[in-house]
Design a protein around this ligand. Structure first.
Ligand SMILES: NC(=O)c1ccc[n+]([C@@H]2O[C@H](COP(=O)([O-])OP(=O)(O)OC[C@H]3O[C@@H](n4cnc5c(N)ncnc54)[C@H](O)[C@@H]3O)[C@@H](O)[C@H]2O)c1
Length: 348
């Protein structure tokens, strides 16, 4: 096999990036389009006149033989999509988060594993040059011991180029945005979380029904302590990102979501900036992820961002929610059904 036939499910905001990325790779052919909105389906179908179209993956997969499917739908309610992909043995690349609950995500991962269908998750931030460079810094700075991760944004969820479903979902910041950050922490530190204490809340001016703010203290194995704060309802229309990691010999600072990387030893008078390779935002990172997914299917390379791994980041989201609800610290490795995992947090 030298190429892959793809079916795209969900033709909204994020699919526009994926369509650009797919168009760059001559090995890939879009043979099917699935969308519940007739207008969005017709709009996309104009660009792929030969593709089969429909409102469900089951019907389109029956019409258009394919090797893989991209799930670019909202995370909730993907059961039928996963079932159809498994029934037609379509490898799955699903946008993050895989589901809107850990239980649903576990069921998706188990369903794919049961029939030997590869399941990757769209964690494109792992493929940013800044992420690759940051992950390599511990060799010179020493192992990370503590960090501070800050993400402050006024996200106007009513803009037409953005998806709208987060406006009404519970905990939109955690499921839609912090999931990237938690995945980056695990990926860059190469460590799993063992204890999370969190608060979530909604500022009075928030346009989101669920909490737009998250604050968390996260302990990773080996004792790395991370202070995390994220908001989609910052009171200024700017995006502030700052991720500092303190190591035995110095610090690494990522001062921008897509770059701004520097490092400094303890007594350095000024930080040293890191030169990163050119990168088309949103496109090159998704392309690198898709390249890895294709390499797995065509050449047996390792599956990138497997669903099994993604579950560990989703459990961090759930641990934040459980901690915020109970006031207890939570071990994200222990399922919610085991309340003994909670450790009382002093209130004074
Ligand atoms: N990795 C990233 O950087 C990134 C960026 C943006 C969005 N995303 C993710 O991409 C996914 C989609 O987000 P979006 O911004 O495109 O949302 P969106 O709401 O703009 O688009 C989703 C589309 O899916 C369609 N849809 C809903 N249910 C469907 C179903 N059962 N079958 C077929 N189509 C269905 C909707 O009609 C809509 O057109 C989400 O999981 C989101 O978190 C990831």
């Amino acid at each position: 096999m030298t190429g892959l036939r793809l079916i795209l499910v969900g033709l909204g905001a994020r699919s526009r990036t994926w369509r650009r990325v797919i168009a760059r790779d001559p090995r890939l052919e879009v043979v099917g389009l699935v969308e519940t909105s007739p207008a969005a389906l017709a709009d996309a179908a104009a660009a792929y006149p030969a593709a089969a179209t429909g409102a469900t993956l089951a019907e389109v997969a029956a019409l258009a033989p394919a090797e893989a499917v991209l799930l670019i739908t909202p995370p909730g309610g993907r059961e039928d999509q996963i079932a159809a992909a498994c029934a037609h043995r379509l490898a799955i690349l699903a946008e993050k988060p895989l589901a809107d609950s850990v239980g649903a995500a576990e069921a998706h991962v188990a369903a794919a594993a049961a029939v030997g269908v590869p399941l990757s998750v769209g964690l494109n931030f792992r493929y940013l040059p800044v992420t690759v460079a940051l992950k390599q810094m511990w060799a010179s700075l020493g192992p990370p011991e503590f960090g501070r991760f800050l993400y402050e944004r006024w996200r106007d969820g009513r803009q037409t180029h953005l998806n709208r479903y987060p406006l009404t979902m519970p905990q939109p910041m955690l499921w839609e945005q912090s999931i990237h950050h938690f995945d980056l922490m695990r990926h860059v530190y190469g460590a799993e979380p063992v204890r999370i204490t969190a608060r979530t809340w909604n500022p009075s001016w928030s346009m989101y029904a669920g909490d737009a703010n998250v604050a968390a203290l996260i302990t990773f194995e080996g004792g790395i302590e991370v202070t995390y704060q994220g908001t989609w309802a910052g009171a200024r229309n700017e995006l502030a990102f700052n991720w500092r990691t303190d190591c035995a010999r110095g610090v690494a600072v990522q001062a921008d979501m897509f770059g701004g990387l520097s490092w400094a030893l303890r007594d350095d008078p000024a930080p040293t900036p890191v030169t990163l390779p050119p990168h088309e935002l949103w496109v090159d990172d998704a392309a690198a992820l898709l390249e890895a997914f294709v390499a797995h299917l065509l050449h047996g390379a390792p599956l990138p961002c497997p669903g099994t791994d993604h579950l560990k980041s989703l459990r961090m989201v759930e641990a934040c929610i459980r901690s915020a609800a109970t006031g207890h610290a939570v071990d994200p490795g222990v399922p919610a059904a085991a309340p003994a995992a909670g450790i009382a947090v002093p209130t004074a």
